[in-house]
Structures are given as C-alpha cells and as structure tokens.
Design a protein around this ligand. Structure first.
Ligand code: PRP
Length: 198
C-alpha cells in the first residue's frame, strides 16, 4: 500500500489546510493491533499499566488499551514544555501528576510522537525514580531526524520524515487533533502558493 493517499472529499475545509494524508486511519488501526499483540507477547501474564501524556497521546492510548488482551489499567500525566523552541533547553515541567503509584508495576509510557525526545527523557527519569517493575515506551510516530537526546522507544508505530504532522491526537494550535488519520499540515508559505493556484 502506498504511504500517502489523497484527501477524502468529506473534509473540504481540512483539504485546504493539509498537503496530504501521511497515514490513513485504517492503517493506524491495523498497526495498533499489531503493536498490542507484540506488547502482550512480551509480557504474557503481566497486568500492564499504560501511562499517557496529555493531550496528544490520548487517542493512541485508548485504541491501544482496547487492543491489548488481558489485564490493562491506565493513568495520565501532563507536562508543560514552554513551547517547542525552549523545549530544547530542557525546560520540561510536570503540571499534572499520575493518580496512582507505579512502584512495582509494569508500566508502558504511551506517546503520540517522539520528536526531540526531551519530554520522554524527562518522564523516564522521574518514572525510574518511582521504582516500577519494568518500564517501556510505545510511540505511534517516531521522527528520528529531530532527536536531540538518546531516548528510544521500545515499540514504534511508524517512523516518519521531518514534516509537520497533525491528526490522531497531534495538533496545530489545538486544532486537527480529532482527525482519524495523520496528515501533513500545509505551511503558511505553501498556503499562499495554493491560494494563487486555486
Ligand atoms: C507533543 C507530544 C509529546 C511531545 C514530543 O506534545 O505529545 O508529548 O510533544 O516532543 P519532544 O520529543 O520534542 O519532547 P505537546 O508538547 O505538543 O503537547 P500536546 O500533547 O498537548 O499537544
């Protein structure tokens, strides 16, 4: 199957905002089923505690949680990154902590995207201090070209190029999170060009 697909006609407004669909919704769902099987195979008899980072990771968490067989629980954490630019200076701050302790539990951190790796580096450091039995990372999207840390995910849905992606939890100014697919956002310069070409 090809990597990209033309935009469905039922999203006429979105069609103007996006360059293309990078990963169709059905492909995301199929990949999540496979990841869920892989995770359960690695931990056949373990209760699994999924921890997602608000807000982007929520869609991936709910689909993954429903696809993993056996005992699964989940919790949420939120961090403030002071915007993408300052994130590279390492200023990640906890704004909402987990509801329950992760000590002695098998924890899987569930993220929508691994970009610079600053968020995960911070989270893994604080989670390790809380003595989980095992700690793993599942990301739907991995953008290795942007990485400035040594962080790696144990489970990766898709490795993607360095493009501004939205949908399936990922936003631009809080928009597009609800799209069932991952698309590439049309940048302002391209939008101008598209307007001329219309
Ligand atoms: C996104 C994403 C990750 C983080 C990854 O969150 O959900 O948490 O960025 O980037 P990094 O690898 O460079 O740290 P964002 O800060 O955009 O917040 P959101 O989930 O609320 O959209």
């Amino acid at each position: 199957m090809s990597e990209t697909k033309s935009l469905p006609k039922k999203y006429p407004k979105i069609q103007k905002d996006l360059v293309k669909i990078l990963i169709p919704g059905q492909r995301i769902q199929r990949r999540i089923q496979a990841l869920a099987r892989e995770i359960r195979k690695d931990f056949p008899a373990e209760p699994l505690h999924l921890v997602s980072v608000l807000k982007g990771g929520v869609f991936f968490l709910t689909d993954l949680a429903r696809s993993i067989s056996g005992e699964v629980s989940f919790d949420f954490i939120a961090v403030s990154s002071y915007g993408k630019n300052t994130k590279s200076s390492g200023q990640v701050r906890l704004t909402r902590d987990l509801d329950s302790s992760i000590e002695g539990r098998t924890v899987i951190v569930v993220e929508d995207i691994l970009d610079t790796g600053m968020t995960l580096q911070y989270l893994l450091r604080i989670f390790q201090q809380r003595k989980p039995k095992q700690l793993r990372v599942a990301v739907l999207l991995d953008k290795p070209e942007r990485r400035i840390t040594a962080v790696q995910a144990d489970y990766v849905g898709f490795t993607i190029p360095n493009e501004f992606v939205v949908g399936y939890g990922l936003d631009y100014a809080e928009r597009y999170r609800n799209l069932p697919y991952v698309g590439v956002l049309r940048l302002a310069s391209e939008a101008k060009k598209a307007k001329v070409e219309e």
